[in-house]
Design a protein around this ligand. Structure first.
Ligand code: PLP
Length: 627
């Protein structure tokens, strides 16, 4: 646990149990009613074959813990509640979940259900996000905010006003000045009076990767002049009473509460000015940015961590809004936040498997090669042999390098055979070992696509904690980079938390022992951002809930990942037509065995997931199987 810093990034949900497996406390603590879940047991239940009691799903596997989601939401609410009470704040906290972080139906439904007692709402940034938010909030509290952000056309605005007409508490937040006209016209057309918010472009700038949204050159929001112009136009239209909310977002992963406080005091001044100008202000929406400690260091030095926790964040927000309002003798507004990353990052673990490994260099001399005979014609080899006799290892290594360079040159010119090259590679490796050099970093081939499952690692270099989910009671003896299944040189993980360029891993078991790894804290953004490079699509998914059974968990939903047919269909191919064509050819030419057997083999290929199947083709039939 210490090696992988699990206590740092994993607390309070992940730790290591006595069996050396990752243990999950979905409620943040183990109690008599809430016991720890052994992640390996849940994974075995999902991937083992059906006759042995498993569900036969293929890897990779996303394990969702809805109880973690609930705990995150309750913790966020409790932190704000405490900050409101302890700072004598005159209003309340009422948050929303920005669905862009993870639009999965069950994630959003779980959040709406868990958040109903707190009037917790949703934030949407596009038309489909608005549609799903409207639909999910039908089952939530009618007080809950439905914050409508993002660029808007008339259709988007009409949808938001329809939400109001349906009794939802929808607020249209203007991101651009032009949107005001669209809102006014749509409201006249539909006869629905809008509630309007403004997104302010603050001067406060967050310097990390996620801060490009903030500052004067930021992509979104209204400048001071535009805010003034909008408020005057609303006044002329006798609609200033519609303007009720001020929103800002200085970027995700805000590194410090000092920066947060800076942004909040600037925004609260704008809020107070709008109230002075006659707007019916009542909500300040501080956006997202509540950060996650991906590397477990609790430091503000990089995008991989932040220097505060939930409580400090909530206290800083509440204190700053209170102080700024008190200075202006202004009534305290409802505080809304759009925390996404902080709500959903912990709720899922992506489990994948190392299938094989190889050393970056030759492991040993190929059998049957007579090195001396092959290389003795080369001067560098003779010098090397002489140095070896004298016991001068440093000199040996120098000659070995020279010899290797020379051999490669001769090989390129067609003057040496493959045997010579193999002999010199093997010799160099032997010498390095003799000299006590560190074991070279290995490549572990993992059943995963970095582009599909860790898109932010590939795109912006974001680090997520990765660790084996079992054998954590044994010291790992190998260092490895993880190479994915795609035919793409970027498809590898070669940077890890802690500044490592390789991950400590265990030797792979021989025979059929399996080695499972987990990518943690990836519950936000990764699922929707992931692509389908090489047509590797999303993982299988299970939902694991705490229950009273012997293993303290129940798998309450299991969905196999997209099949080859599914991903082909997404690219406009027609798997059924393809299947018939290929089967027809098998019938005509009789190749590959009886046509029926060929048909079965093809059907199995179309129905199984694109990822590799361990131990031959039989498993695919058991795992895919969706017709
Ligand atoms: N609100 C807005 C307007 C955003 O753009 C974002 C994401 O960047 C969020 C909320 C969520 O931010 P976070 O995931 O950092 O909480």
């Amino acid at each position: 646990a210490a090696l992988y810093k699990i206590d740092g990034w994993g607390a309070p949900y992940f730790s290591v149990n006595a069996a050396g497996n990752i243990s999950v406390r979905p409620h943040g603590a183990a109690t008599l009613t809430h016991q720890e879940i052994d992640l390996m047991k849940a994974v075995r239940k999902a991937v083992d074959l059906k006759p042995a009691g498993g569900l036969g799903l293929q890897l990779p596997l996303l394990v969702r813990f809805p109880d973690v989601l609930r705990h995150r939401l309750e913790s966020l609410h409790a932190a704000f509640d405490l900050a409101v009470r302890s700072n004598g704040y005159g209003s309340r906290y009422q948050g929303v979940y920005p669905v862009k972080c993870n639009q999965d139906r069950y994630v959003v439904e779980d959040i709406v259900e868990a958040g109903a007692p707190f009037n917790f709402g949703l934030e949407a940034g596009s038309k489909p996000e608005l549609l799903l938010s409207m639909s999910c909030l039908l089952r939530g509290s009618s007080e809950a905010f439905l914050i409508c952000n993002g660029y808007k056309d008339a259709e988007y605005v009409e949808l938001a006003l329809t939400a109001r007409a349906l009794g939802l508490n929808a607020i249209v937040v203007l991101e651009q000045e032009e949107e005001l006209l669209t809102v006014v016209e749509a409201s006249r057309r539909l006869g629905v009076r809008p509630v309007i918010g403004l997104r302010a472009k603050l001067r406060t700038k967050h310097a990390g990767h996620f801060g490009s949204t903030s500052g004067e050159k930021g992509k979104f929001g209204l400048t001071a002049a535009q805010i003034l112009s909008v408020s005057r136009r609303l006044q002329r239209l006798e609609m200033l009473d519609c303007l009720q909310l001020l929103h800002f977002h200085i970027g995700s992963q805000i590194p410090t509460t000092a920066l947060l406080a800076d942004g909040i005091s600037e925004a609260t001044q704008i809020y107070c000015e709008l109230a002075r100008l006659g707007a019916a202000m009542r909500v300040i929406d501080v956006g997202g940015g509540l950060g996650i400690d991906y590397d477990g260091t609790r430091s503000a030095g990089s995008d991989a961590s932040v220097g505060y926790g939930l409580e400090e964040y909530a206290a800083a927000v509440v204190r700053e809004v209170r102080d700024a309002c008190d200075r202006r003798r202004m009534r305290h507004p409802i505080i809304c936040s759009e925390s996404g990353r902080a709500l959903v990052s912990h709720h899922s673990v992506l489990v994948f498997e190392a299938l094989s490994s190889c050393s970056a260099t030759a492991e040993s001399l190929p059998i049957g090669l007579d090195v001396a005979h092959l290389l003795e014609g080369l001067a560098d080899y003779r010098s090397l042999a002489a140095a070896a006799l004298r016991g001068e290892y440093e000199t040996c290594l120098l000659y070995a390098e020279q010899l290797k360079r020379r051999c490669v040159e001769l090989f390129k010119n067609g003057l040496l055979g493959l045997e010579h090259l193999a002999a010199v590679e093997g010799l160099c490796e032997l010498l390095a070992k003799e000299d006590g050099a560190a074991e070279p970093v290995r490549a572990y081939h993992v059943n995963l696509s970095v582009f599909t499952s860790l898109p932010d690692f590939w795109a912006i270099g974001q680090l997520f904690p990765i660790a084996p989910i079992h054998r954590l009671d044994q010291r790992p003896g190998v260092s490895a980079v993880l190479q994915d299944l795609t035919c793409d040189s970027d498809g590898k993980v070669d940077r890890f938390i802690g500044g490592w360029s390789s991950l400590p891993v265990h030797e792979l078991y021989e025979e059929d022992g399996r080695y499972f790894l987990g990518m943690f804290l990836g519950g936000a953004y990764q699922e929707a951002l992931g692509g389908a490079h090489n047509l590797f699509a999303g993982p299988s998914v299970v939902r694991v809930e705490q229950s009273e059974g012997p293993h303290c968990f129940a798998v309450t939903r299991a969905v196999p990942g997209a099949s080859c047919a599914d991903v082909l269909r997404a690219m406009q191919h027609e798997p059924e037509v393809m299947f018939e064509g290929l089967k027809g050819r098998a019938e005509e030419c009789g190749g590959g065995g009886p046509a029926e057997a060929v048909g079965r083999r093809l059907a199995r290929a179309f129905n199984s997931m694109p990822y590799l199947v361990r131990g031959g083709g039989e498993r695919a039939g058991a795992a895919g199987g969706r017709g």
